[in-house]
Write a protein that binds this ligand. Structure first.
Ligand SMILES: NC(=O)c1ccc[n+]([C@@H]2O[C@H](COP(=O)([O-])OP(=O)(O)OC[C@H]3O[C@@H](n4cnc5c(N)ncnc54)[C@H](OP(=O)(O)O)[C@@H]3O)[C@@H](O)[C@H]2O)c1
Length: 344
């Protein structure tokens, strides 16, 4: 029997990528697609040109009750602030499961959420229950949960790059620097002046320097991995590509490591991971080689400055950074093979 799933927010970039992956997933049946723009159901192919020809697929005016009647698992691909209103109602259905793509359940503290997103949290008891959906580091908890907080795209790339060092207690608490770059789909599909073609094309710019909303999420997870607070400087940039996310990480080490020791730590944690690819020496990740996949590439070198590691990671922000990882989480939640329906 196929697992009945639905997508709320299917007209967004993440919602559309989810639909693309789920339509070829052998173990699921897409039973519900919701958009608040509609007054009556419309064929998906009319609303979303890349789904032309999928004649029997309809998008419905979003009603949570219809979504719940049709599905066992809902993907919420909505701006932050909405999932926290929907989740308590969804989880009243005993068998329901949620993979939330927004930031609503990623932070452990309601106070931190309010400070970061300037919204009062409306479902704070669920913050204790929600599981952070980075499967490489949390798969047992994810498989036992019913509410998964899918990580942000920057946190996915940065945490996968740093987690082995954090777990081995090899990171200094101060001095960590991350320079990261995102393609334009990372900011969503709604109209914003600084995302117009002429503003993004032929341009490169930093934004929200040391003030990005993903910093508390990354520092929270780094603390959970390493057992101690670790601060980072974080400089995100917009680059004129549609999809792709690239993180260059300068990581100060608590003790000197040789190149061989550094690589063997990463091999120890990642050699069996289906979606993490540790590249050979002097080979560096590219956004093109991960585009459309659920893969994270990692390049690694002991820096010329002793006691510092240089780590570069690349993901597709809509793949491993969002929809691909959400399907990986769904596979775990539903007891399926973790890689099912995903491109490694
Ligand atoms: N883009 C990325 O690379 C990325 C990566 C990781 C995580 N995320 C997160 O994933 C979520 C979706 O991102 P996105 O890039 O797909 O955003 P998006 O392109 O702006 O799409 C969001 C969708 O949510 C729906 N929506 C907006 N307000 C709503 C409301 N009040 N009630 C119900 N539906 C509403 C809209 O669809 P309708 O108007 O049709 O209802 C819209 O298409 C966000 O929380 C984002 O932070 C995004």
């Amino acid at each position: 029997m196929k697992i009945k799933v639905g997508i709320v927010g299917v007209t967004g970039y993440v919602g559309q990528e989810l639909l693309r992956i789920l339509l070829r997933h052998p173990a699921v049946s897409v039973e519900y697609l919701g958009s608040r723009q509609l007054k009556k159901p419309a064929p998906a192919g009319e609303l979303l040109p890349s789904f032309r020809g999928t004649n029997d697929l309809k998008v419905h005016p979003f009603r949570i009750t219809s979504a719940l009647d049709a599905c066992e698992l809902l993907f919420l691909a909505l701006p932050h602030g909405i999932a926290m209103e929907l989740a308590p109602q969804i989880l009243r259905k005993r068998t329901a499961r949620i993979v939330d793509l927004s930031a609503d359940f990623r932070l452990r503290s309601a106070g931190q959420y309010q400070q970061t997103y300037r919204l009062k949290h409306k479902a704070s008891p669920l913050l204790r229950e929600a599981v952070y959906g980075l499967p490489e580091w949390n798969r047992d908890k994810i498989s036992r949960s019913r509410l998964v907080a899918n990580p942000g795209c920057y946190p996915t790339a940065v945490l996968l790059g740093l987690a082995p060092l954090a777990k081995e207690r090899l990171l200094k608490r101060e001095g960590l620097t991350v320079d990261a770059k995102s393609g334009a789909t990372g900011a969503g599909r709604s109209l914003k002046e600084d995302l117009l073609f002429c503003e993004v094309n032929e341009n490169l710019r930093a934004y929200r320097v040391n003030a990005h909303q993903h910093i508390p999420e990354m520092e929270q997870q780094m603390k959970e991995l390493s057992g101690a607070p670790i601060r980072m400087s974080f400089v995100p940039h917009f680059v004129p590509i549609n999809r792709g996310l690239y993180a260059t990480i300068y990581a100060p080490l608590s003790r000197p490591l040789t190149e061989r020791q550094l690589r063997s730590i990463y091999r120890k944690w990642y050699s069996k991971e289906p979606f993490v690819r540790l590249l050979p020496e002097r080979v560096w990740p590219q956004v093109k080689s991960v585009a459309g996949s659920n893969r994270c590439e990692i390049g690694l070198q002991r820096d010329r400055q002793e006691q510092r590691a240089l780590i570069i990671t690349a993901i597709d922000n809509l793949g491993k950074g969002a929809a691909g990882q959400a399907v990986q989480n769904m596979n775990l939640l539903c007891g399926l093979e973790e890689t099912e329906g995903l491109l490694g």
